[in-house]
Design a protein around this ligand. Structure first.
Ligand code: GLC
Length: 824
């Protein structure tokens, strides 16, 4: 049975989410991208594209804070010449019309929208090919009215070209540098900008450098008209929903050397009764090959007037455009290659369990979301405008968890690149921008520690210790091996512990909104102590491997020191307190009037193995008692209702939202992990199950209309019952939740735990499951696991032989596949 809600459903194989009603509570997005070109695409054709950096090098526009929602986008409009009616193939922006059929299929790296209206079925598939810096809109139009039709086709997209932040604040000036002309040979509009703001801040000082790209917009039908000016194409006092040119059928053939840029092409076709036409629209970006034509030579007198060819195409002299059929073949091949890429990606982990939503998430959507976060960081989405953040160091070193099993080589490269943003003292920039090589140093106390965290995860997956010998420059001076980078991060954290012996929190720890706890540099973080303990402990085998007995001893000793101090001074009686303020007063204690219990301090007491068993049990029970909601675990309770400037921004957030008492999924996932580690499989599964977006969006009192965000990806948070909008989610797609839910699902529920020595198999499944089957690739082998629950004899068999222990040492087995049977 298909998993569904009132707006759509997952296909049988879970590879697509099909939206059947376009009036979703929010635009529901997807991504299409390769290693350089990337775009967001909504279920109504909205979204924007960029090359490498959504702030510094945006290609097309999307307007934030704007009504109507989700504009502009990548639109193909069709006009029926006989009736004068026109409509969009992606529903928006002609949403006022009555469509006979609408369907949007979001798949991996592509989105296909099908509509039917006025006797025309339109199918449009948007995707980015694996190896070309372009996006393709593949279109098929079919007459379903049974009569021959004369149609006009208009494809258009509004361009930005360059720095999107500058565009927000200086667009009236920026528009004087745009330059678009129609290239008859290519039958394409060629667009560029004559300057580029590519510096670390957008400032009054204008840089005098060239935007080094050209954008090519073409359509594989004979072009009968074009426009590159928003003014003339859309027309004054109009919008995308009723462009003047589409209404009149007259394209002005405007080429701009300044003005608001759009690329719009018109084609005219005759469609036989019940017949179809196929074509492709492409938006491509490439380096400027030749300097742009000097403006002096671009006057009308230097451009011969257009003539029309036999097919109605525009000519100035001769046309040597690519054969349309050939282009479609290329495009279809590219689409196939994209599908193959994702088949391969997803084949790394495949599971069949009794829970259909879990299968849909692990087999497809969670893996896919994790791949998106790996490439988009927290930097380009509907809720993440791509103007501010660049790539976060903390996020980068967690996001690798989602793809390291699929593509360790890319992870290796990314880790090494990111280490460039670490300083020689072991501290780091908090975030960075790839094109400008800059970022901000914010002094979040946890950020450097994610470096060893990520490296350890990479090593456990790959066993590739050679990465530790790579030499990587520090951001300020000198270079060090990857191992030295790791050690320095840990040394820095140890050196920055305070009077009580725990990490000073400075600007915040993982929780950005605890920003005033330690503004004077004295406040200390309990969560940070557990996290430091965890990372130290996990790094010990690496020090051992490197023969670095000095660091090994130091880190071991500090780990034990943290056990001592956290248990001496952070236990509040029923749970661990969260932090100490600059003045030494604790936060997250039962005697407080707000913010009594924080989830992360409990989860990480367990995850770090620093809590003795009785306290682990007690703090998990307290979390259950105070923090459980229908959507997952609240991050803190009670939410702050009064501003407390000795704690921070958390107390300014609305109670029940964001870090102030929402179900913050990232933190909620850590609780699931802690519960599993602490032996509470049933409750862990219950929370995991509630958090899965299709379930969260169906929770009794919060149907999908409340949840609002996409039911196929995790949002950053869901509003808790502390707010009247409980059940409302926000910040979908780009959240650390994705990798943690994925890895908790695979590593701890299904039980594939990579270690330095091999794979530990240790499933922890709910009693209601009779068992499951799963395949997981690991270091070049396929591990096929069959688990049966409630067995009389509890044992593990590998290739048919009973084994003791839980470790699979790959070296012991020949052959590409290892069959593992676990009887629980
Ligand atoms: C947001 C940030 C993340 C931070 C979290 C908690 O999700 O992207 O880096 O850890 O909030 O404050």
């Amino acid at each position: 049975m298909a998993i569904a809600n009132q707006y759509g459903y997952y296909t049988e194989d879970n590879r697509e989410f099909v939206i059947t009603d376009p009036r979703t509570p929010r635009p529901w997005f997807n991504y299409m991208w390769n290693s350089q070109y990337a775009g967001l695409i909504s279920h109504t054709g909205g979204g924007f594209s960029f090359l490498e950096s959504p702030r510094d090098n945006r290609i097309s526009r999307m307007r934030y804070n704007c009504l109507p929602w989700d504009r502009p986008g990548r639109y193909v409009m069709v006009k029926d010449v006989a009736s004068g009616q026109y409509w969009s193939l992606s529903w928006s922006p002609t949403i006022h019309l009555n469509y006979d059929f609408y369907e949007c299929r979001h798949g991996q790296g592509y989105t296909k929208i099908t509509t039917e209206i006025n006797g025309i079925r339109g199918e449009i598939t948007y995707f980015v090919p694996n190896d070309v810096n372009a996006e393709v809109w593949r279109v098929k139009l079919t007459d379903v009215s049974g009569t021959a039709r004369d149609l006009e086709i208009y494809s258009f997209v509004e361009l930005l070209m360059g720095n999107a932040l500058n565009d927000q604040i200086n667009q009236p000036n920026d528009k004087h540098f745009t330059d678009i002309h129609f290239d008859c040979d290519l039958q394409a509009l060629v667009a560029t900008r004559r300057y580029w703001v590519l510096n670390k801040g957008v400032s009054v000082k204008q840089p005098n450098i060239d935007w080094k790209y050209q954008v090519y917009f073409s359509q594989s039908l004979p072009v009968s008209g074009f426009d590159s000016s928003l003014d003339t194409f859309i027309g004054r006092w109009r919008s995308e929903s009723n462009p003047l040119a589409v209404e009149t059928g007259v394209m002005q053939n405007t080429e701009i050397t300044a003005g608001d840029p759009v690329v719009a092409l018109q084609s005219k076709i005759s469609l036989g009764a019940n017949s179809s036409v196929d074509f492709a629209v492409t938006l491509k970006i490439a380096a400027k090959e030749i300097p742009p034509t000097p403006l002096a030579k671009r006057g009308k007198e230097n451009s011969p007037p257009f003539t029309r060819g036999a097919g109605g195409e525009l000519n100035r002299e001769t046309k040597i455009g690519k054969d349309a059929g050939e282009l479609l073949e290329i495009v279809d091949r590219q689409f196939l290659q994209l599908k193959q890429k994702w088949d391969q990606h997803l084949s790394c982990v495949q599971v069949q369990t009794p829970d259909p939503a879990f299968n849909a998430m692990i087999n497809v959507w969670n893996q896919y979301q994790a791949a998106v976060t790996f490439d988009m960081a927290r930097n380009s989405g509907y809720y993440h405008g791509g103007l501010l953040f660049g790539t976060g160091m903390r996020d980068r070193f967690q996001d690798i968890l989602g793809v390291v099993m699929v593509d360790p080589a890319r992870v290796r490269e990314r880790l090494i690149k990111a280490l460039n943003f670490q300083f020689k003292d072991g501290s780091t920039l908090h975030n960075y921008f790839v094109l400008t090589n800059t970022g901000e140093r914010t002094n979040h106390s946890d950020t450097p520690l994610w470096i060893p965290f990520g490296i350890v995860e990479y090593l456990k997956e790959t066993g590739d210790f050679s990465i530790l010998e790579e030499v990587v420059p520090y951001h300020d001076d000198t270079s060090g091996t990857v191992y030295e980078h790791l050690v320095r991060a840990l040394d820095f954290a140890i050196a920055n512990t305070g009077e009580k012996g725990m990490p000073r929190i400075f600007t915040g720890d993982w929780n950005d909104t605890l920003d005033h706890v330690g503004s004077q540099g004295k406040g200390e973080t309990t969560w940070g102590a557990f996290f430091l303990g965890y990372v130290l402990n996990k790094s010990l085998p690496v020090c051992e491997h490197q023969g670095d007995s000095q660091s090994l001893a130091k880190f071991q000793k500090f780990y034990e020191h943290l056990r001592q101090v956290t248990n001496d001074i952070c236990w509040d009686g029923e749970w661990y307190l969260r932090a100490f303020r600059d003045n030494g007063e604790p936060i997250g204690v039962s005697s407080a009037s707000q913010g009594k219990i924080f989830l992360n301090a409990q989860s990480w007491a367990v995850i770090s193995e620093l809590a003795p068993k009785d306290r682990a049990d007690r703090c998990m029970a307290s979390s259950r008692e105070y923090l459980t909601t229908p959507f997952g675990m609240k991050i803190v309770d009670p939410s702050f209702t009064e501003i407390d400037d000795t704690v921070g921004l958390i107390s300014r957030c609305v109670p029940g939202k964001k870090e102030n008492g929402a179900v913050f999924n990232h933190a909620s996932s850590w609780f699931v992990l802690a519960s599993l580690l602490n032996g509470d499989t049933e409750f862990a599964w219950e929370i995991y199950r509630r958090m899965m977006p299709i379930n969260s969006s169906q929770a009794t009192d919060a149907k999908c209309d409340r949840f609002e965000t996409e039911p196929y990806v995790y949002p950053e948070y869901v509003t808790s019952p502390d707010h009247e909008t409980q059940g409302q989610a926000s910040h979908s797609w780009l959240t650390g939740t994705a990798v943690w839910m994925l890895r908790i699902g695979i590593d701890y529920i299904l039980g594939f735990q990579p270690t330095f020595e091999g794979m530990i198999i240790d499933p922890k499944i709910p009693a209601e499951w009779s068992g499951f089957k799963a395949q997981r690739q690991f270091r070049g082998k396929v591990l096929s696991l069959t688990v049966t629950n409630h067995s009389d004899v509890k044992q593990m068999l590998v290739n048919g032989e009973v084994v003791t222990g839980k470790l699979i040492d790959l070296a012991k087995y020949v052959g590409d596949e290892i069959a593992i049977a676990v009887h629980l």
